[in-house]
Design a protein. Sequence first.
Length: 164
Amino acid sequence: MSGPGASTGDRLTAFFTAIAAVLAAIGTLYAHGRSIQALAIRNQAVLSTLKATDRYNYWQSKQLKVTLYEALHERKESLEEQRAALAVYDSARALEVQAAEERDQSSVLLHSFETLEIATTLFEISIAFASIAALTGTRILLWSGMVLTALGVILGLLGYFQAH
């Protein structure tokens, strides 16, 4: 098949299959990279949320102190504790905003991963079509595989640039 007596169609099928296999490997590489990035950022978002919750709990304890100082008519201590509580509350809000941004970034990366996975699947289906075309000599399957590969390239590029 690949020797000097191989037909042009056989060589085209083999060449196309090799290109589709390389594209599938590249798509898998980038998809897995995006998946890992998305999970790492999602973990960071969870950590930021936990830190924000911890800061809110600390703020509530400070607010309790303020209430106690006010009940004891210790105005100076109450004002100092109120200022300290406000700083804790602001840091909790900042952590909450950071966590939301990290969740959004993770979602974008996850969507990019999904798009790259679809592109990789199209490449793999193209390889199967090319293999069947080589075995049966049916050209329509080879051309169908080429169309799927073209769609896979478009989706792969969209998936790659979604997160940039």
